[in-house]
Design a binder for this molecule. Structure first.
Ligand SMILES: CC(C)(COP(=O)(O)OP(=O)(O)OC[C@H]1O[C@@H](n2cnc3c(N)ncnc32)[C@H](O)[C@@H]1OP(=O)(O)O)[C@@H](O)C(=O)NCCC(=O)NCCS
Length: 170
């Protein structure tokens, strides 16, 4: 299959932000977690977060949210690929992009994945993420969040990194 040309950039307009929020809110795991579009827009508008959109040509095919500021940095809050584009390695390419962003300044990349989201757990494991803990009934009652980490070095051995890097509070 021909390699797909993926273009990833920061979300810059309200219209783009709404399209990304619709993509996320219309997909699992956010449906089960009860996060509607307005909830997602609030996450996007949080100044601690950065939102990226992935395009093939003019078509929006995915979106990602990372936390790059505040007490807990280096945290991938969410990634989603448009349902009809899944299984084409776009998610893998988006993760490579985000790892480049985060590992430029942080030694660790943390993320949470819902206990019922087995496909995503497999996806992250294949990319080198390790399960480091279970947050019981973290977002909603009856479902846990699994905290995962990928690391490139111990914090104190990564040049320019702050020893204040820590685990998430939310
Ligand atoms: C998880 C996700 C981002 C991966 O992106 P992707 O482009 O489908 O992934 P890739 O093609 O790079 O990698 C293939 C993996 O995706 C999953 N996958 C493959 N085809 C799929 C499909 N048609 N539908 C759903 N997932 C599929 C599989 O787990 C596969 O892993 P495997 O090869 O070990 O079986 C994407 O499936 C998605 O958006 N899922 C819904 C949202 C989600 O769960 N996000 C993560 C929680 S924060």
């Amino acid at each position: 299959m021909k390699d797909l040309e993926l273009n990833i950039r920061r979300v810059s307009t309200h219209k783009e932000s709404l399209s990304c929020a619709e993509l996320m809110a219309g997909s699992e795991p956010w449906i089960t977690l009860g996060m509607d579009r307005d909830h997602v827009v609030n996450i996007f508008n949080d100044p601690l977060n950065e939102v990226f959109a992935a395009y093939i040509g003019e078509a929006l095919v995915g979106t990602m949210v990372i936390q790059t500021k505040g007490a807990f940095t280096g945290y991938l809050k969410s990634i989603v690929v448009k349902p009809d584009r899944r299984g084409q390695k776009l998610g893998e390419k988006m993760m490579a992009f985000i790892e480049k962003e985060i590992f430029a300044t942080c030694a660790n990349l943390f993320l949470c994945v819902s206990s019922f989201n087995r496909e995503a757990q497999r996806f992250y494991q294949r990319l080198g993420y390790e399960k480091i803990g279970v947050l019981k009934n973290y977002l909603v009652d009856g479902h846990d969040e699994i905290l995962m980490r990928k690391t490139i070095a111990p914090i104190l051995e990564k040049t320019g990194n702050s020893p204040s890097e820590s685990v998430p509070e939310d």
